[in-house]
Design a protein around this ligand. Structure first.
Ligand SMILES: [Zn+2]
Length: 365
């Protein structure tokens, strides 16, 4: 019969020796401290605290010890594992903070960098307004006519009954091209397009001509040396001022809203007789004449343009028989219509090409 195994010294079970446990602890703490990032720390956790780590394997050996030896070994292993887990948790907190900081730094958006995104273009509000007006007249059976902006003096003035002594022909108003004896100007009105139309075709004529015109005005909030006009011309049998009034009332209601009509004030233009200034009823206060209305300044009406029955002398100059035909003509500023339509105090943004301005009035690609 064998006696109790008194020679067995549990301290001699290799993995449970104090120096071995200490070595495992040191190795684990060193690896934790050296882990550069969260992925590395994850691997360190598996290697030094996982189910197959040296310390876990040593822990299993405790069961093989006689009861009196288990306590010491258990305490030793428990303390070592506690220290390792604590170090892992602390390192985890540090690395997570570093990770977050790095992400914030790397993902910072530099709003001053140029973008590769392409902005959709903004069509110019005057182009849109011109097309809208042209469309209104095309719907009434008119044609859209165009002409050159560099024009013969005769077509710009003489054909339209502006004689050589007319003030508009002086150097203050008109841009003349060099040499002066070629009698070529930058057109001061779109009316030469009407003369060209009458000279090249027979009535009935129903045309509308939107376009650029030039005058030697100072460039300020309400003047520009280049601006836009739209003119209309009708030449047919039996045309009267009543047709003109009806046409402009329709034009005004289409452009400014239902119920917006026009009124005529007697005036003088060389190429029409009789002639009238056209006012349009204020589309904001609708003609109530309230002092509070900024758009019409309490007038109830807004100056819009000029019109009249085509002067027979103009018809003759353009080869149309005034005994058979009569006609009417009208003209208004497109920029001006646009300004009061949108309550714009200064016309300069219309000519300065800033797409941020244009975009506000409708962007198309
Ligand atoms: Zn008003």
């Amino acid at each position: 019969m064998s006696g109790p195994n008194t020679d067995y010294d549990p301290v001699e079970v290799t993995p449970l020796k104090a120096d071995q446990v200490e070595a495992m602890r040191e190795a684990a703490l060193a690896a934790i401290a050296a882990a550069p990032d969260l992925d590395a720390l994850k691997q360190v956790r598996i290697d030094h605290a996982g189910d197959r780590s040296p310390i876990a394997l040593a822990n299993r050996e405790i069961g093989a010890l006689p009861p009196q030896a288990r306590k010491d070994a258990g305490q030793r292993i428990g303390q070592a594992r506690g220290a390792i887990n604590q170090a892992l948790a602390a390192r985890q907190v540090v690395l997570e903070a570093e990770h977050e900081e790095r992400m914030l730094a790397e993902e910072t958006v530099d709003v001053s960098l140029p973008t590769t995104r392409r902005r959709p273009g903004g069509r110019h509000p005057i182009t849109l307004q011109s097309e809208l007006i042209a469309d209104l007249f095309v719907a009434m059976g008119y044609e859209v006519a165009e002409g050159p902006v560099v024009e013969a003096e005769w077509l710009n003035f003489d054909a339209l009954n502006l004689g050589p002594d007319h003030p508009a022909r002086t150097m203050q108003d008109t841009f003349w091209t060099e040499p002066a004896d070629h009698h070529v100007v930058l057109r001061t009105q779109t009316s030469p397009v009407q003369a060209r139309t009458m000279l090249t075709r027979k009535p009935p004529i129903y045309v509308v001509c939107p376009g650029r015109v030039f005058r030697t005005d100072e460039y300020d909030a309400t003047h520009s040396p280049m601006f836009h006009q739209v003119e209309g011309l009708v030449v047919d049998e039996g045309i009267t001022m009543a047709h003109l009034k009806g046409t402009l009332d329709h034009f005004a209601s289409q452009l400014f809203g239902d119920g917006i009509t026009t009124r005529f004030r007697p005036s003088y233009f060389p190429f029409t007789e009789p002639s009238a200034e056209v006012d349009v009823k204020c589309f904001v206060c609708r003609g109530v004449e309230s002092d509070a209305c900024r758009t019409c300044r309490g007038e109830g009406w807004i100056e819009w343009g000029g019109c009249g029955v085509v002067n027979p002398r103009v018809l003759v100059a353009c080869g149309v028989d005034p005994e058979v035909y009569s006609g009417f003509a009208f003209g208004m500023g497109i920029d001006r219509s646009f300004m009061f339509r949108h309550n714009l105090e200064d016309l300069r943004p219309l000519f300065e090409g800033d797409v941020r301005f244009s975009s506000a009035f409708g962007t198309e690609i």
